[in-house]
Design a protein around this ligand. Structure first.
Ligand SMILES: Cc1cc2nc3c(=O)[nH]c(=O)nc-3n(C[C@H](O)[C@H](O)[C@H](O)COP(=O)(O)OP(=O)(O)OC[C@H]3O[C@@H](n4cnc5c(N)ncnc54)[C@H](O)[C@@H]3O)c2cc1C
Length: 388
């Protein structure tokens, strides 16, 4: 039985494909065509996408406005909590709450696929490799293999690994672990030993980590306990305002929304944290702009937290004869053909292969469409248009 589409990963970006199909009235066509999702998590109970103990970086409206109010996800919108969000869509809520909401959307998709003969979400299906041929894609893992005409990579990204010359240290932490609350004992131990906490990077994650540390370890942070090392001062997001903010030479204005640094600037709580540090609000935090070499700090015993960005997770990709293919990548994100939106190898589109989500964002002008969620952007719509 021919399957139209396989999706690798069942995170927020994969949910976005189903949400966009529902929004565009194409969900039944997608399910009838055949869709198989391969998710490496052992079971749905382990699904914890976006479960970070920090505020979302944009208003709750960003998570809600792409969902069709009379579609299959309507029941999720009817809950009292979500109704309160809809009445005040500009509020920013915790990502833990957002994650719980996304989980409900995921549950709707699971229930829906259960009743469809040609659709399934497979947990405990890590994909190790993909073989591309003229007829489509064979996806393989220790669970077996399956074939489809089209393939979407929605496997997210992992924190970029540091090189030895950048200060890679065996005992260092990554921002992801800190923000999931999994590194608290190690951080506390370092503070008790009088070791500085060294946050490396000027990303949203970096200033989210600083905000997290300030909140979690309030009262235990002596002067200069947290050092933030950035190559340059991060850009700031700003909403379009009647009085335009003074622009820096490198600021980017989004042509559609008028926002400043929409996809590349710090937003929300991370932005506030940077501004507070610069205003001298926190004696325990020092900002080292232009000096991002952690090695002198490490030699003094600092505990490094790597927040230098993300790199896409890509399963091994082979052509029909078994030769390994490398997808084109730029700025830590995979490249897409400007017209077909397919992923590319050696400057050419690979027919039928698409990507969405972190590490697979669309490009808009000089920036990547990251930092706001993947539910209402154009990416999912473009993929569905090509596939259906
Ligand atoms: C600190 C922080 C704050 C953020 N704040 C926001 C925010 O406020 N708003 C926002 O929209 N975004 C935010 N993001 C970005 C956020 O991570 C993405 O929007 C979202 O998680 C991306 O979803 P995704 O599906 O691309 O990736 P993921 O969430 O990583 O999901 C990928 C899925 O693919 C699975 N997978 C991976 N490899 C394989 C494989 N080989 N085989 C099978 N399955 C696989 C994984 O298990 C996972 O379930 C934030 C990110 C960070 C780090």
């Amino acid at each position: 039985m021919e399957t139209l589409l396989q999706i690798i990963g069942f995170g927020p970006a994969a949910l976005g494909l189903f949400i966009a199909a529902d929004r565009n009235g194409r969900l039944q066509a997608l399910l009838d065509g055949g869709v198989q999702v391969h998710e490496r998590s052992a079971s749905f109970s382990q699904w914890q996408c976006l479960a970070y103990a920090i505020e979302a970086n944009s208003p709750i409206a960003d998570f809600l406005r792409g969902i069709r109010s009379d579609g299959v996800f309507a029941q999720c919108l009817r809950q009292p909590q979500v109704q309160r969000w809809l009445q005040n869509p500009e509020q920013v809520v915790s990502l833990l709450e957002v994650s719980a909401f996304l989980r409900q959307l995921a549950q709707v998709i699971l229930d829906l696929c259960r009743d469809q003969p040609k659709a399934a979400i497979h947990f405990a299906h890590p994909v190790a490799s993909v073989r591309s041929s003229a007829s489509g894609f064979s996806v393989q893992g220790d669970w077996g293999s399956s074939h489809s005409r089209y393939l979407v990579l929605a496997c997210g990204a992992r924190v970029r690994e540091l090189l030895p010359q950048e200060g890679a240290a065996p005992a260092s932490l990554c921002s992801d672990r800190v923000l999931r609350g999994q590194a608290d004992p190690l951080l506390l131990q370092a503070l008790e030993q009088g070791r500085p906490l060294l946050v490396l990077g000027g990303s949203h994650s970096a200033f989210s980590v600083v905000g997290y540390l300030l909140q979690r370890f309030a009262g235990r942070l002596p002067a200069a306990a947290i050092q933030v090392l950035c190559r340059q001062r991060p850009a700031l997001w700003a909403a379009s305002a009647k009085v335009a903010p003074a622009l820096q030479a490198q600021d980017l204005i989004d042509a559609e929304s008028g926002e400043v640094n929409r996809f590349c600037g710090l937003r929300g709580a991370a932005r506030d944290t940077l501004l507070q540090i610069e205003a001298g609000t926190w004696a325990c935090v020092e900002l080292q702009i232009g000096n991002a070499d952690p090695r002198p700090w490490l030699s003094r015993g600092a505990l490094l937290i790597n927040a230098t960005g993300y790199r896409p997770r890509v399963p091994g990709l082979l052509n029909a004869t078994g030769v390994s293919l490398t997808l084109d990548e730029r700025d830590g994100n995979l490249c897409k053909h400007p017209q077909t939106h397919e992923l590319m190898v050696g400057g050419q589109a690979l027919p039928g292969l698409f990507g969405t989500g972190l590490g697979y964002a669309d490009r808009r002008g000089d920036t990547l469409e990251v930092g706001v969620n993947f539910f209402h952007g154009r990416c999912a719509g473009n993929i569905l248009h090509a596939v259906l």
